[in-house]
Write a protein that binds this ligand. Structure first.
Ligand code: AMP
Ligand code: MG
Length: 185
């Protein structure tokens, strides 16, 4: 899980979804960005970012999506569009200079690519992406990939906050990175 950069920029996205195939993957849109800036040396979270985003392809959230994420229709109705939220997000992480974009799996990277393409905006991150799910398994000598909750269980850590909320998922992902890096396990 080691990086050469000064910070782990740990991102977790929530997106429009359904349980009846009415929102295929290509039509999923980000409805929340949650992110923490974790200092790679001190292993302290130095700053956090959260924004809801108003979706355009499926502007109405499904009951399934709200039940899964706890994000309400009012949250997204009052939220900025993707372009505006992305500008604020970039403005936040830009100041940290040397960072590595990280997330639990490849989903968040791909979803950013999809939404940037949809809105004709450039991909926001400099440098590569670190898949923490893969890095975690490698660090533990595991052949299989674990979900975030399973990784926390493996480390005897407790999920704090609400699962499937961007900022809470990002904070708990940071817990895993901190434990692995500080215990060197
Ligand atoms: P997560 O970071 O695990 O909360 O997942 C990110 C996004 O993936 C969610 O906001 C949903 O859009 C989608 N997702 C996660 N779990 C499910 C699920 N069980 N069924 C459908 N979509 C899901
Ligand atoms: Mg999440």
């Amino acid at each position: 899980m080691n990086i050469l950069e000064d910070y782990y920029l740990i991102v977790d996205l929530e997106a429009t979804c359904a349980d009846d195939k009415s929102i295929p993957r290509k039509q999923m849109e980000i409805i929340e960005i949650g992110a923490v800036m974790l200092n790679a040396r001190s292993l302290q979270i130095e700053s956090e970012f959260q924004s809801f985003i108003r979706p355009v392809v499926h502007p109405q959230l499904t009951p399934f999506c709200t039940a899964l994420t706890s994000i309400t229709q009012a949250d997204v109705d009052g939220a900025p569009p993707f372009q505006t939220a992305l500008k604020a997000f970039k403005g936040w992480f830009f100041h940290f200079g040397s960072y590595r974009f990280c997330s639990w799996g490849e989903y968040d990277r791909k979803q950013f690519q999809r939404d940037c393409q949809r809105h004709g905006i450039g991909y926001p991150f400099a440098g590569g992406h670190l898949n923490l799910k893969t890095a975690f398994s490698a660090s533990q000598g595991l052949h299989r990939k674990l979900g975030l909750q399973q990784a926390l269980d493996q480390l005897d850590l407790i999920f704090k906050g609400i699962p499937h909320r961007g900022l809470d998922d990002a904070r708990n992902t940071a817990q895993v990175v901190c434990a692995v890096q500080s215990r060197k396990i």
